[in-house]
Design a protein around this ligand. Structure first.
Ligand SMILES: [Cu+2]
Length: 152
């Protein structure tokens, strides 16, 4: 009798969560140079249903924003975006030069090898769920540093 009840409970718990099955891979953040107060995190997000990334937060970073980088004439600019569409089954890349998660007002440097915790809020059909990921910090220098120079 006992195992039967347990199985039914599990099913009951699993059912209402018709939420997205979201896979987040290649999560990394850029380590900072001394005195640098901003950095960025990148990842690939794939949802098995149409969903939206509607929020990003971190227990380790005071201010976190979702940004998009775009060429505006000859100038690379970035702006905050409120939501990012996650079309069903399509990997959405957050990468240098495109969408990224801006880590701001850093209280302490991010060192290579650190794991930066990030909480992603994903909305599916009006329902929200959170996904916890950890970004591996990689040393500065791997990418052009220009990203940091024209910050608003
Ligand atoms: Cu940015």
């Amino acid at each position: 009798m006992k195992p039967m009840i347990a199985a039914m409970l599990l099913a009951a718990v699993a059912l209402p969560a018709a939420a997205a099955n979201v896979q987040v891979t290649d999560v990394w953040a850029r380590a900072t140079m001394p005195g640098q107060k901003v950095s960025a995190a990148y990842m690939t997000i794939q949802s098995d249903v149409d969903a939206k990334l509607v929020g990003v937060a971190s227990a380790a970073v005071p201010r976190v924003e979702l940004h998009e980088m775009k060429m505006d004439g000859e100038v690379m600019r970035m702006r905050e975006v409120r939501t990012l569409d996650l079309p069903k089954g399509k990997p959405v890349k957050l990468e240098p030069g495109g969408y990224h998660i801006m880590l701001m007002n850093l209280g302490k440097p991010i060192a290579a090898g650190d794991a930066v915790p990030l909480t992603l809020t994903i909305e599916t059909g009006g329902k929200q769920e959170t996904v916890e990921v950890k970004a591996d910090a990689r040393g500065p220098g791997g990418e052009p540093a220009q990203h940091m120079h024209h910050h608003h």
